[in-house]
Design a protein around this ligand. Structure first.
Ligand SMILES: Nc1nc2c(c(=O)[nH]1)N[C@H]1C(S)=C(S)[C@@H](COP(=O)(O)OP(=O)(O)OC[C@H]3O[C@@H](n4cnc5c(=O)[nH]c(N)nc54)[C@H](O)[C@@H]3O)O[C@H]1N2
Ligand SMILES: Nc1nc2c(c(=O)[nH]1)N[C@H]1C(S)=C(S)[C@@H](COP(=O)(O)OP(=O)(O)OC[C@H]3O[C@@H](n4cnc5c(=O)[nH]c(N)nc54)[C@H](O)[C@@H]3O)O[C@H]1N2
Ligand code: SF4
Ligand SMILES: [Mo]
Length: 686
């Protein structure tokens, strides 16, 4: 049983759960509850990937749950849009009015209604289950959930056949680890523990990142390339593998597709050529290639940081070719991991019921371009203007690119907006109705992972705080009010937990210990068997070629390459601040105190050229907008590149904006994803 009575102190429960956050580690939690209050959230020591340790953010989860600013009852807007002026209303009147408003719009055209959700929780129940069923039945617009990972996901799918890779635990046995586009210490802490173990066993750690991150400074080698130049680096590594014959010819012949074409492409990328593009010494590329070509086993921990630029998909494709060239996949501690989520057999058809569309063809809106799309009038190409937006598990006003436009869209007085939230976020401020949602400590859920291969079950530890309701309950009740009679709208959360993986996991084991491992081979691609159509690692992708795209990976320069503009000479990336999780936790005083203020890290030379002193307030700007923050002259930055750490709540920043005021809505080469790290700016003292 999960609940254990502590014999010594007051009656106290320990309840097993799962971290809900969008983080590859998917930790197993143990929540201690006393008198109905969660007093402590800890890592489950029995779950190997968690190892009993949580990050600093989620160690504060009990405080976040019982924070005095939690939303406790439904709110209805009384002031102008965005003013944040609300009055409390009953659930019944809120839900009745919402159902009536949505019904009236749906009668004209249900596609004028758009759900907007992402990974505030990664749970399969409080994410896309009843909510998806509801919007499918309604015939609402579909949402293309691209804001994070779809460029890399598409790239992996076009190369390996799916979001699959090494089993994370075996990184500990690798002798060379490339940490590529990942600040593991901040955003993949439990992987970093494995990398440390490998280091103690003699492994060399190399970090490839434009920023000298917490992780980069602790690796043996830091390759500090310019943003958006990873494909050039990967191709030059291939060049060296070819000319030095550090290749596994047997593996290439048996388990890959398109070798001759890739070889030819790689031979065009001498280290000197790539060095020009990447802004690093050619010798560093040669040395890295020698390490990669001659060390066994060699493992790559690729992460999403490199794919937030125009050529992000191609970059991931290029890197994903490397382990097949050297045969690194033969060893369980060799290969690559970007995401393991493709190993999880989630039953999406049952969870989400796309069949409820019943032959209707709903249009798809890309969540990344919500700024433009909210401002679009009806037209034959676009379809109806968006009239209603239902937001859950996301904070688009803070996290979506080009927030000047996002805000203008949300501020439309004729837009009907419902936001399900824990707190009065920047997005909630623009709602017509704010509905208080339960947190992970208050509801059931079930989780896969994109960093390990265990399923986790989350049991509620406490009763809902205030009048908070689960996302599922809100959509169940809206469904009932709108006359949706299918039995799937009455499934309980526990039932949905059981549906999620069907017989693929032992649910009794989940109930008992809180986690259950998938059966994944130790070295899944030692003998090929990639989940691609050909069963091989596809250097050349027929599918991409048929779409008129390059079948081979190549370097595509950024839309806004470093050094290409005299007006905006600085390339800005905006990776996460360590103590926030996207925009979650920014409102928690204890964590915000650690981060201090919104920061722009810049190199001393760039600061001096602009007369900027450390800790001075600066104006960061481009044609899309401007943002005030504090300058930090920092050895983390290389000249010409600045780092606007994210993702602050606009209203908690210095002048009511955040870094996304500057980012653009342009999309990546593959996967229709955002290009947050492909952004030129200028900086001046404020
Ligand atoms: N503490 C913390 N942890 C998090 C999150 C958080 O907000 N805070 N967010 C979670 C989420 S949603 C995600 S998607 C992951 C994100 O975590 P990651 O997948 O690791 O991605 P990022 O944090 O975007 O970027 C990682 C690193 O890539 C670097 N980078 C930027 N541009 C480039 C480039 O062009 N090439 C290369 N090689 N590197 C580049 C950045 O400087 C950064 O150090 O982390 C999750 N974990
Ligand atoms: N400039 C810049 N912008 C970025 C990024 C970047 O690196 N730089 N990173 C991008 C990435 S990788 C991502 S993933 C996105 C993240 O964007 P989002 O997925 O929007 O993530 P969060 O900002 O964490 O907002 C999640 C919200 O969901 C709420 N929530 C959590 N659990 C529940 C629940 O059970 N029910 C309900 N109703 N609400 C819940 C939380 O309170 C929180 O306000 O941001 C992107 N934006
Ligand atoms: S955010 Fe990541 S590291 Fe932190 S507790 Fe959750 S899964 Fe673990
Ligand atoms: Mo993300």
């Amino acid at each position: 049983m999960a609940e254990l009575l502590d014999p010594v102190s007051l009656p106290q429960l320990q309840v097993r759960g799962a971290c809900p956050h969008d983080c590859p580690d998917t930790c197993a939690l143990v929540t201690t509850v006393r008198d109905g209050i969660a007093i402590k959230v800890q890592g489950n020591p029995d779950h190997a990937p968690t190892g009993g340790v949580l990050c600093n953010k989620v160690s504060h989860y009990a405080a976040r749950t019982h924070d005095p600013e939690r939303l406790l009852h439904p709110l209805r807007r009384v002031g102008p849009k965005g003013s944040g002026r609300f009055e409390p209303v009953s659930w019944d009147s809120a839900l009745s009015d919402i159902a009536a408003r949505l019904s009236a719009i749906a009668e004209r055209d249900p596609q004028a209604i758009l759900p907007y959700s992402y990974c505030g929780t990664m749970g399969l129940v409080q994410g896309e289950s009843i909510a998806a069923r509801f919007f499918h039945k309604l015939g609402a617009s579909l949402l293309d959930r691209t804001i994070c990972a779809s460029a890399g996901a598409e790239a992996l799918t076009q190369t390996l056949g799916g979001k699959v890779g090494m089993k994370v635990e075996f990184f500990a046995e690798a002798k060379l680890i490339l940490i590529w586009g990942s600040n593991s210490i901040a955003s993949n802490l439990h992987f970093w523990r494995l990398a440390q173990e490998a280091k103690r066993n003699g492994a060399k750690l190399v970090c490839i990142d434009p920023r000298r991150s917490e992780t980069a400074e602790k690796c043996h080698e830091h390759v500090q390339l310019l943003p958006g130049t990873d494909a050039a680096l990967a191709l030059a590594l291939m060049h060296e593998l070819v000319v030095n014959d550090w290749l596994d010819h047997g593996y290439i012949a048996q388990h890959t597709l398109g070798w001759e074409a890739l070889r030819e492409r790689a031979l065009r990328w001498s280290p000197e050529r790539a060095a020009q593009v990447c802004g690093i010494p050619a010798q560093q590329i040669r040395d890295l290639a020698r390490d990669y070509g001659t060390t066994r086993p060699a493992a790559i921990r690729l992460n999403y940081g490199m794919q937030r630029v125009r050529g992000g998909g191609n970059a991931v494709r290029a890197v994903a070719c490397l382990p097949a060239l050297t045969g690194a996949w033969r060893h369980r501690a060799g290969g690559l991991l970007l995401s393991s989520s493709g190993f999880f057999p989630a039953d999406k058809a049952t969870l989400q019921r796309p069949d409820l569309l019943a032959g209707r063809k709903a249009r798809t809106i890309n969540m990344t371009t919500i700024g433009d799309d909210l401002l679009r009038p009806s037209s034959p190409e676009f379809g109806p203007a968006i009239e209603a937006l239902v937001v859950y598990n996301s904070n688009p006003v803070a996290v979506a690119p080009e927030s000047g436009k996002v805000v203008r869209g949300f501020a439309r007085e004729d837009l009907f907006t419902v936001v399900l939230e824990h707190f009065r976020t920047d997005t909630a401020d623009f709602a017509d109705y704010v509905l208080p949602a339960t947190t992970q400590l208050e509801h059931w859920d079930i989780h896969g992972s994109y960093g390990h291969t265990d399923v986790l079950l989350n049991r509620p530890a406490i009763a809902p705080v205030g009048q908070a309701r689960t996302n599922t309950q809100v959509f169940r009740e809206l469904a009932a009010r709108m006359g949706f009679t299918e039995p799937c709208f009455r499934d309980s959360d526990e039932t949905i937990c059981r549906q999620a993986f069907g017989t693929h996991v032992d649910f009794e084991l989940l109930l008992e210990q809180g986690f259950a491992s998938l059966q994944v081979p130790e070295a899944p691609f030692a003998n090929g068997n990639f989940p691609s159509a050909s069963g091989r690692c596809e250097f050349f992708s027929e599918r991409l070629a048929r779409q008129g795209l390059d079948g081979l990976p190549d370097h595509l320069p950024n839309y806004e390459p470093a050094g290409s503009s005299t007006r905006y000479p600085l390339a800005m990336i905006s990776p996460p601040a360590r103590n926030f999780l996207n925009s979650t936790f920014v409102n928690l005083q204890s964590l915000r105190d650690i981060e201090g203020e919104p920061l722009l890290e810049l190199h001393a030379d760039d600061a001096a050229a602009r007369g900027i002193a450390d800790a001075q307030i600066v104006r960061v700007f481009n044609d899309r907008g401007e943002y005030l923050c504090k300058a930090r002259i920092s050895q983390r930055a290389r000249p010409g590149v600045v780092h606007g750490l994210g993702i602050w709540w606009r209203k908690l920043g210095l002048a009511g904006t955040n870094v996304n005021q500057l980012t653009s809505q342009r999309l990546t080469d593959l996967g229709r994803a955002p290009t947050f790290y492909d952004c030129l700016v200028e900086v001046r003292p404020a």
